[in-house]
Ligand binder design. Sequence first.
Ligand code: WTA
Length: 827
Amino acid sequence: MVMTQQYLAGELSVILEEVQAAASSEACARQAWDLRLEAESAPVTALPSAAARALALINSLCWESLALGDTAAFARQATVCGELHEFGFCAHLLDEELTPKHRLRCGALREEARQMTDNTEGQIPEPRDEQISEAQIAVHWREEEYFAPPARFIGQANASDPAIFERFTEDKFPECFREYADLLTWDTYWHTTLDTSNAPFWKWFTGGRLNACYNCVDRHLAADRNKAALIWVPEPESADPVAVTYQELYRRVNEFAALLRDFCGLQAGDRVTLHMPMVPELPIVMLACARLGVIHSQVFGGFSGGACGHRIADSGSRVLITMDGYYRGGELTDHKVKADEAIETSRREGQEVGKVLVWRRHPGQYASKVPMAEGRDFFVDELLTRYRDHIVAPVSMPAEAPLFIMYSSGTTGRPKGCQHSTGGYLAYVAGTSRYYQDIHRDDTYWCMADIGWITGHSYIVYGPLALGTTSVIYEGVPNYPDAGRPWRIAERLGVTIFHTSPTAIRLLRKLGPEEPNKYDYHFKHMTTVGEPIEPEVWRWYHGAVGKGEAVIVDTWWQTENGGFLGSTLPALQPMKPGSCGPGVLGIYPVIWDEDGNEIKAGSGKAGNICIRNPWPGTFQTIWGDPDRYIATYYQKYCKNPDSKDWRDWPYFANDGAVQAADGYYRILGRVDDVINVAGHRLGTKEIESAALTVEEIAEAAAVPVIDELRGRIVEMYVSLKPGFTPSKEIKGKVVTAIETEIGKIARPRTVWIVADMPKTRSGKIMRRVIASVSNFTDVGDVSTLANPEIVDEIRHHVQAQKAARGEVPRELTPEEAAEIKAFGQAE
Ligand code: WTA
């Protein structure tokens, strides 16, 4: 320990010498010198704070040089920044070993340093001595430590000039988004940037015409014909990665578009449901649809046949496109069986599917046990021989024509088909991919999400391909065959940008904390998306996965939004673990309480995060249900339902959030009874209605339980109809029903059979009470319930069993406890 201390003190002193040399004024040099003296003579407990203050000092110098346009000084300072930053990381490790009292002190000093970064004059304020409660400091210390982007990243970033913020200020809205639309190739340029005449059904770039497939494929041929557009990594490690060049993608998309048009008779405006795994054929099908103006609706491959069937019926698709099987966790799964179930479900809901196109994972072989239905099911590899070398002209679509539908969960049992536009959506994902993902044409970009979710649509397929980069697609699970797999793929392919979810990061950290170190890859940029990330997990991502060389963007957004809403602009805004950052360019968020009073930044209070303005990537409506679109997202804070002015129609995101004094948001989670399991949105009501299909079940309630790896997991409470006795079989039936109706991803960890549910006098199930039981938190006041005595009975039963299985969770953070307490209020 003493050795480490001496080493760190020496290191810091050396770096501070460089800070001093890089200082642009006498005053700064003096500050650096003072800090250096402090570092050399200070006890170990003061080291992290000296490092944090030095970092803040050099940071402010960097910004100053940038503003002055002094690039030489900036480069010098930014390099020191990077070194200090690394030092900060070591120092952080050190202060893990400190006593709690010292840690509190470090937290307070870091806070000072943070404020100093905001101080353009670069003055170091004296540390304040006022008393701050332990809880407050703990939160500050955990959240408010800044990490600066490495100089090397800043030097090459697409957005490295702070003038970009000026271009997207509110007074420039909506014209600021011209910059995004100009990244695309238009057949006809638009005449109106934002048409609000039918608010809140926004229309972007009206008058404009374009084709999304042309923008993602054809236009790159001239310069990059034989560059890889996609690199597909099959799950079995014995199989080599497969590169699909832009030229090959062009050929394959055209052939499949010809098949869709000539064999299936599909045309612009028709809907097609896809239920495909992570194979290159999935983007090929999506792009072929886009080429014809056919609206695709890809259902996540892990969803059950039943879930797929509901979505087929809702979208009115006549054609289903699927694959016979795919590899997952070492097994070749039978996927075609789900198509048969899907068609059955959809038929019951009144929608007939005329054709099922079945890709084969290994062309010529069939991976499924279920027969092909004569005249309905067709092998795509056989059909394609008829369309060899066919070319289909891209159909020029109006900017506001729908490009795709993506279903997502909400408060009611019926999933919402979020309808996304062609021009606005594509412009938004191209713009955000360029500035926030920092994608360059020569990057090798790997987003490990599934294309069946919005992240995959926007940031595996449309955004990266619109920019003409190389996008990697991985078929399998991250830890197959071991937790080193992602890093082997990164090394083998030379991945430069990596994008994944907190759940995957937690898993890889748990299973193989040392694995990244064993492989020679270098990311310049990494993304986290889909759920809040714990600061400790963030730090592992940054230090171990990113090797301290990569920037991280924590991107907050939703299926409805098409692209990012909250994030840091990586070269220009420092990172802060656990916070997504401020609103992105052209997005002006606000937090309101239930009554529409603004909750100010830095107040420490949480509220509903809303976006005050529309943006090009936003969904246009809920497919077939415009009233629900308004009711769910726009009614709550609408200032005047007759208004045509966008200012009167803020978007209610259904997420809780807090905003720190620096403008960064921390997203706390859903306020609409959606449970976010491993980054996947599951509607409580959908799970419950699946459970209710079991004959013996009278009532069902799904609640979230905080989980170390998956963020939240589902626990199910059921009560039985009279005459039935609790049994393992019934529990098994409930699990099977949920897997059949929704998919394995919604599988509850436990099904608790209870004598009765805690209820209000009007008969409403009090989900927050059982959620508190499952999470071992205070159930609150239950005296007003119709049956308060049941609460203790359930608690004893459930908590005793959980304790016996070693499932007692850690103590919840105040935010988690608040979430559990609020659960079930959305009805
Ligand atoms: C949550 C995924 C914290 C949030 C793109 C949101 C996040 C829901 C973040 C949308 C983040 C997404 N930090 N929470 N960076 N990103 N969420 O529709 O609750 O699958 O409303 O879209 O995930 O999930 P969806």
